[in-house]
Design a protein around this ligand. Structure first.
Ligand code: SF4
Ligand code: SF4
Length: 92
């Protein structure tokens, strides 16, 4: 029988977790989803650093892009954006 690993032994990236686990994490608690207004974005990348789940990536064009399958809707990114480029949308 496999033993449970302690936190230090778990080295995989959260994005490598099985899809079912990702969806469970993302949708269980998400009431609102963040939305980036690219026209207002100044590419400061503060949101990329601020997201506790590493689910804002930098696209090829150098703009932030939210990976919604990992986003739990905490809206920290919205609060941290100094340019008001992130808004919230009610989850459908
Ligand atoms: S924090 Fe705001 S302005 Fe900065 S990259 Fe993110 S969305 Fe753009
Ligand atoms: S709402 Fe939270 S989890 Fe989703 S992108 Fe923003 S900071 Fe990351």
């Amino acid at each position: 029988m496999a033993a449970w690993k302690n936190e230090k032994e778990i080295t995989y990236d959260k994005r490598m977790a099985p899809v079912a686990l990702q969806e469970a994490q993302a949708f269980k608690c998400r009431l609102f989803r963040p939305k980036i207004d690219i026209k207002m974005c100044k590419k400061c990348m503060i949101c990329v650093v601020a997201c506790p789940d590493n689910c804002i990536e930098v696209s090829e064009s150098g703009k932030p892009a939210i990976i919604y399958s990992n986003c739990k809707g905490c809206l920290i990114c919205l609060r941290e954006c100094p340019y008001g480029a992130i808004s919230e949308e009610r989850e459908q």
